[in-house]
Design a protein around this ligand. Sequence first.
Ligand code: ZN
Ligand code: ZN
Length: 63
Amino acid sequence: MAKTETCPTCNGSGTVTCPVCKGSGEVNVRSFFNPEWKTCPQCGGARKIACGTCGGTGRILVK
Ligand SMILES: [Zn+2]
Ligand SMILES: [Zn+2]
């Protein structure tokens, strides 16, 4: 019988801190002349992305 459990990766929130910008919402694009901060392409500046473990639902199926 299938049951669900709170996702251990996101603790049930359905989102995790973006690994690309590490939660800042911006990434530093290094150039030869000066560093440039751009909106993170992974999360679009939202700082969080949908949890890959539970697919954003916050719950996982357990057997
Ligand atoms: Zn990001
Ligand atoms: Zn999750």
